[in-house]
Design a protein around this ligand. Structure first.
Ligand code: UDP
Length: 339
């Protein structure tokens, strides 16, 4: 297939581009580079051994989106593009709702006009809300604790309604748990701008000497060691899950499908620190800090539905995730170069 990947220059998008190319798909990327560096494109071409077509614009631009679909043959879309910083979404809710919803409307309308009705959407385990039962299954009710999370809940609802309106649609929403790690080459990885919000990139920057120490947000949760528990999933396993979902919806009859992409294993903050110390051979200094507002004690998937229906399974351990993150971080201590 010829697959349009929105946000294909970003962290998860770039790893998915490689997996799509490996599976024999042609890839077209649309990215506005508001949170990605153009230098990622050359690295993708080097790793895949083929040119990657890139369109550089913001999908909220309806005319440019229409122009793209008029000029590129496209069979399916994987939609990653969107704002994703939880804390920023609280201070800029209108930016988040407007950007994440408008880009999805623009894309869905262009897809409908051009009879492209196969879509994989980047959702999140954050849709399970503030007090989920564990492990999380796809049939739990959805809600959110911040505007970023609400954009995911709302877009899932919009997609469900669109799929119900016309049974030619084949839509999948993939609920990611905590994506970490990097491509095995160490040439593609996560490159957050500014101070990292997420645990793994922060730990990696401490290990490489860019930051002095980690703050562990709370050690009095009701978890085995008191620190927060998450289901970390290697980004390459996650990317493979997108290819499996695309393959499945292209051949199945259901207009709308939802799958968790996680390992099913909970790992604590202290366990991540220990694993990263093993992988890097460097100490990770840390201090215990207050809980971060909005955090839940524990989050982990029941991945059975994806395992059985997609024939997909996460294969990489937390040690693999830390080793690959460290290879990326040590080869690229300051992330991607500007040019
Ligand atoms: N965390 C932490 N220090 C940090 C960043 C995160 O202790 O600097 C903890 C956080 O409280 C949570 C876990 O690490 O228990 C994962 O946080 P992250 O932001 O990576 O993912 P999310 O909260 O979205 O699951």
């Amino acid at each position: 297939m010829r697959v349009l990947v929105s946000g294909g220059a970003g962290y998860i998008g770039s790893h998915t581009v490689i997996r799509l190319a490996d599976a024999g798909h042609d890839v077209v990327v649309v990215d506005d580079f508001s949170n990605a560096k153009p230098t990622v494109v050359g690295r993708l071409e080097a790793l895949t051994g083929r040119p990657v077509t890139v369109h550089s614009f913001d999908l909220t631009d309806v005319d440019k989106t229409e122009h793209l679909f008029s000029h590129e043959p496209i069979d399916a879309v994987i939609h990653f593009a969107g704002f994703k910083a939880v804390g920023e979404s609280v201070t800029k809710p209108l930016d988040y709702y407007q950007n994440n919803l408008d880009s999805t409307f623009s894309l869905l309308r262009a897809m409908g006009r051009h009879d492209v009705r196969t879509l994989v959407f980047s959702s999140s385990a954050t849709v399970y809300g503030a007090e989920p039962s564990l492990p999380m299954t796809e049939d739990l009710p959805t809600s959110a604790t911040n505007p970023y999370g609400w954009t995911k809940v709302m877009i899932e609802q919009i997609l469900t309604d669109v799929a119900a309106s016309d049974d030619r649609w084949r839509i999948a929403a993939l609920r990611y748990f905590n994506p970490v790690g990097a491509h095995a080459s160490g040439d593609i990885g996560e490159d957050p701008s500014g101070i990292p919000n997420n645990l793994m990139p922060f730990v990696a920057q401490v290990a490489v000497g860019r930051r002095e120490k980690l703050s562990v947000f709370g050690d009095d949760y009701d978890t085995p060691d008191g620190t927060g528990v998450r289901d970390y999933i290697h980004v390459d396993d996650l990317a493979a899950g997108h290819v499996a979902a695309l393959d499945r919806i292209s051949h199945a009859d259901d207009p709308m499908s939802i799958w968790n992409l996680g390992t099913g294993q909970g790992v604590s903050v202290l366990q991540v620190i220990q694993a990263f110390e093993r992988a890097s051979g460097r100490p990770i200094p840390y201090e215990i800090a207050p809980r971060r507002p909005g955090d839940i004690a524990a989050s982990y998937a029941d991945p059975t539905k994806a395992n059985t229906e997609l024939g997909w399974r996460a294969t990489k351990t937390i040690d693999d995730m830390c080793a690959d993150t460290w290879r990326w971080q040590s080869k690229n201590p300051n992330g991607y170069p500007d040019a």
